[in-house]
Ligand binder design. Sequence first.
Ligand code: EZ4
Ligand code: CO
Length: 406
Amino acid sequence: MKITNAEVFLTCPGRNFVILKIETDQGVVGYGDGTLNGREKPVVSCLQDCVIPMLIGMDPRRIEDVWQLLYRGAYWRGGPVAMSAIAAVDLALWDIKGKMAGMPVYDLLGGRSREKLQLYGHAAGRDIAATIDAVSAWIEQGYRTVRAQTGVPGLNTIYGVQSSSNPGIGSAPPRADLPPVHQWDSDAYLKVVPELFEQLALTFGDQARFLHDTHHRLRPIEAARLAKELEPFHLFWLEDVCRPELAERFRLIRSASTTPLALGEVFHTIQECQPYIEEGLIDFIRVAAIHAGGITHTRRIIDFSALHDVRIGLHGPPDVSPIGMAAQVHLGAWAPNFGVQEWAVFPASEMDDVFRHEHWIERGHVIPSEASGLGVTFNETNAKKHEFKRSYLGVNRLMDGTVWNY
Ligand code: EZ4
Ligand code: CO
């Protein structure tokens, strides 16, 4: 069996996605996702200029060999662009294998460990009252785990709070085609967050467990303080309290409190995850299958985590396409150490034009389908109608203008 052709689709049905199609001489076709938010075109180039020429003629059944060839065989290992490109190939090959076998990918991984996967939704508001309203809406839909973010008094925007809920205070970029600029002040943030979770506990009691994303914005000593102050509210997790480059500094945060910690959405390899998992510095690993070398490599990270009693909560923001999300549904259906799955809600119509998935959502859970492969269909004609639009993540600056972690 041979790979005969591969094609990249850069489509924007509401937001940009990098989708790879792999065709075979037996007529079976697979689709993968290699979207890298704000850096989509470098992944397209990596696929078109470096990866696809190597794939043509290879046996699509040999997923491991293809993976090793693209990773080890490149000399330059890792990094977001290459690992997203490898992920796109890997997902497409698992899709092909599933379609050939007539099985969903989770069956190829070892079968389902559960009937349904618990999801969490994003609740955000300009202030605490607005966040409480947003949380109520998720609870009414049956969600029992909800991420809560709130605006910080005095800042123009905050990570996780949509500009639509920030009327009039926006985050205008210096030019419309440049990254939006946000303001940051750790002291103001540290003041409001414990207040938010106190109010949530008073309002909702045991109706839901809460998660919170600090988006790498604190220093370790500040992160330790936040984890300690949030301890009484029994969070499901506190995410990305600091940039993860220096694992040993997490010992301080870990020893300060029993607030569960999650991290890893910016990791691409098992080696980056290793010190955190091996030393028990985190409770949940957050890699995204589409940024960490696909199903093949993410499965290794999941197995390694299970060995150290770390659960998975794979990254599922709106910049992971339904194909990438489906891969995570299959991994989560199988993983013995599944924790929760982040679930982005897409603005319906344009997305449905392009992607149709077989799994379905019910009362805060995703139910995996029995469809073969990844179980997502991709409408190429419609994808071509939605043209790529350059877009960026925001840039953060401290109140004196210093660039800070976004
Ligand atoms: O900033 O997906 O937990 N989710 C997040 C996301 C990430 C974006 C990066 O592309 O932190 O909002
Ligand atoms: Co995050």
